[in-house]
Design a protein around this ligand. Structure first.
Ligand SMILES: [Fe+2]
Length: 242
């Protein structure tokens, strides 16, 4: 009789190193399209801690006319949240800025909410790249910031022109991969581009970018690169330890 031994595939939830810092999520209640209320925030955090993630720099959207968040709103929501619940995890806040002309103007005027005093998480529209992309990057650098581009693999308009990724790296952007991209959550093309960016050595950091419980549970899936490689990428986030 022949016995087949099936090796269980490793899921993303099995590989988070101790002390992993998730630098991209939408966990704070009521600020954007993430957690809607306190209980949902808590449920998301509790579940993520069972995967071994207990440090978070959470990043509410700042998107002119859609999510008009600012330092005082984000800070007060964070303090209110932490005064009610602050056990089993460490949490601080930054923001995820949409690059558009309003953001570009604000770089010189406001002090931006950063991941660590210097690195600023930025995203692009999914519909088309902003005309001011390169001038915004130049301006960020001019004012001493380091742009960290959120989920570069998710901008479909770049999928057929990978040279753009090289240009963005040369312009001084760091890249933050969405971990769910490696499970196929956003589709095959995004998964492939994520893998390519990793093979090129372009990915600097990673994040869950979770908005809800459905995305949290989606992390409990196998990923499409080697365990060695994913562990190396995850460890890079220790840079943002706090
Ligand atoms: Fe996000």
């Amino acid at each position: 009789m022949i016995h087949f031994i099936f090796k269980k595939k490793t899921n993303l939830t099995d590989v988070f190193p101790e002390g992993y810092i998730d630098i991209h999520s939408h966990i704070l209640p009521g600020l954007d399209d993430g957690a809607k209320h306190f209980e949902e925030s808590l449920a998301i955090l509790s579940r993520l801690t069972t995967f071994g993630i207990s440090k978070f720099i959470t990043t509410p959207h700042i998107m002119h006319g859609v999510y008009d968040n600012c330092l005082s709103i984000i800070t007060s929501t964070t303090s209110r949240f932490k005064s009610n619940y602050n056990e089993g995890f460490s949490l601080k806040s930054a923001a995820e800025y949409l690059i558009d002309e309003h953001f570009e103007k604000s770089i010189a005027q406001d002090s931006l909410i950063t991941l660590d005093g210097k690195h600023v998480l930025v995203e692009l529209s999914y519909a088309m790249p902003p005309l001011c992309l390169h001038s915004a990057i130049r301006k960020l650098k001019h004012f001493g910031y380091v742009p960290v581009l959120a989920h570069p693999e998710r901008y479909r308009y770049y999928h057929k022109t990978p040279i753009v990724y090289q240009e963005l790296k040369h312009a001084g952007c760091k890249f933050q991969l969405n971990l769910l991209s490696l499970t196929g959550y956003y589709g095959k093309s995004t998964q492939k581009v994520a893998q390519n960016l990793i093979s090129e050595g372009f990915i600097d950091y990673s994040g869950t970018d979770v908005h809800n419980m459905q995305q949290v549970e989606a992390l409990n899936k196998p990923f499409s690169i080697t365990e060695k490689l994913i562990r190396r990428i995850l460890e890079n986030n220790m840079f943002f330890d706090f």
